[in-house]
Design a binder for this molecule. Sequence first.
Ligand code: SF4
Length: 245
Amino acid sequence: MNNQLKKQIVEALKDQKEIFGDELFEEKLKKRKTLVVSEKKEVYMEEPALFPEEKEDWELAKSLEELEGLIKDCTECRLHEGRNKFVFGVGNPNADVMVIGEGPGAEEDKQGLPFVGRAGQLLTEILKAINFKREEVYIANVVKCRPPGNRTPLPDEMETCLPYLRKQFELIKPKVVLCLGLTAARGLLHKKDSLTSMRGKVFEFETAKVMVTYHPAALLRNPNWKRGCWEDVQKFRQLYDEIVK
Ligand code: SF4
């Protein structure tokens, strides 16, 4: 059942409630419960869920292209309002390595591609320093639409967008993930820890091992963090060598 249909059903139920009050709902629930009890020989069964689990079209996508086509006009969170281009992700669809940032910036929003501005160039350099070519990894963000004025994506926006990233993981099946920056790490891993305490540790997301380091944009603002980033990505390379090579 798609969200539009769900909304229509909820609206219809609200209208009914307004006209008939709570009694109609109570009556229906009581009847359903009595029936279940008598049919199942007094075995109590919970009310069936109002909206039984049903997959959305995009959840059934068989490829990244299909997935992108199905979600590119998404309006599930407020970030769609200011977006110029939806930024799905780019790279090797069979990558062992995924790189995850927090969300598109101005240049990414213009081009519809992740990490294409100055921070993107620095990311390419960082990957090169640990012997990865940009084309061999897959790069995406926790949210796929640019937050207005480059503000940090809010927790509810990341949570709403996260199922799309999970689906990308299901299709790509990466083995290791480099997560860039505190916001992306919190959105991905549901942790409240500081970046300092997360760096150097190995976490899990879906079936992949995850390590966290600074966001390249933060390194541009504060070059003193580059040494720490270098240490982190060397450990990340080691993890890759142990798991993938
Ligand atoms: S950020 Fe994600 S959930 Fe929000 S509108 Fe864009 S694609 Fe949809």
